[in-house]
Design a binder for this molecule. Structure first.
Ligand SMILES: *Cc1c(COP(=O)(O)O)cnc(C)c1O
Length: 232
């Protein structure tokens, strides 16, 4: 599959860069998960990345995810990273290892209901809005604690951490300040014991800002363009 050689070259360059950044910031490479984001990508390209050894992929739309699952290998661990409508929960319950985009209690209620019906627990991240842009979804940083204390009562949900998307800006200082804000919150909450809350993952960093994310403690970086090239 020589036509996809550029993808393996992109991966190699990216892995080298992640390793360099981990060393630079005193991080262990093993604690940062590279999550290839395969949204809009053809099955052949995703399979090629799989063949390079990757077993965890991120998708942002339920319909696309449910179409891809049956035609790709069974041992792929799928993350849902995009916003989730409550009426779509039934299609993906039990099919993801992590949902990054929980941003409201009504969604947790639906997830909990469906997980309970299937006798499973569903791992989720809380999406937190760290950007000043109105268009970004996620709960406000000051509301995180009260949200978590409500989330705590859903017995078929485990909150495994937080996810954030930085402002779309070339100003690295703005991005660093946003990542630092959520890192502080993450560390702060990690020190507290809350039922059903286990602050294990801090999902932040995309193609344009994974360097800053690694600097500020991210342990899941969600990378699409840098691996697959620009989306059509
Ligand atoms: C598309 C997407 C990404 C990956 O973006 P790239 O800039 O292509 O790396 C990461 N996170 C979310 C939530 C996305 O929707």
């Amino acid at each position: 599959m020589n036509e996809f050689k550029y993808i393996s070259e992109n991966l190699k360059r990216l892995e080298d860069d992640i390793l360099r950044l981990c060393v630079k910031h005193g991080r262990n490479r093993d604690e940062v998960l590279l999550l290839p984001v395969s949204k809009t990508q053809d099955i052949d390209k995703i399979r090629y990345v799989y063949e390079q050894g990757y077993r965890t992929f991120g998708e942002n739309r339920v319909q696309e995810l449910t179409q891809k699952i049956p035609v790709l290998p069974d041992d792929i661990r799928w993350h849902l990273i995009g916003s989730l409508q409550s009426n779509k929960v039934k299609y993906i319950i039990g099919k993801t290892v992590l949902i990054h985009s929980v941003d409201r209690i009504s969604l947790l209620e639906e997830l909990n209901k469906r997980a309970h019906a299937d006798d499973i627990t569903t791992d989720c991240l809380l999406q937190v809005n760290i950007s000043k842009e109105d268009t970004k979804s996620g709960i406000e940083i000051n509301d995180v604690e009260s949200f978590l204390s409500m989330a705590s009562s859903f017995e078929n949900i485990r909150i495994k951490g937080m996810m954030a998307i930085a402002s779309f800006t070339g100003d690295k200082n703005v991005i660093k300040a946003e990542f630092e804000t959520i890192q502080r919150k993450f560390v702060d909450i990690s020190s507290k014991k809350m039922h059903n809350i286990d602050m294990k993952y801090l999902s932040m960093g995309m193609s344009g800002d994974y360097a800053e994310a690694i600097e500020f403690g991210s342990n899941i970086i969600r990378i699409g363009t840098t691996i697959f090239g620009p989306r059509s």
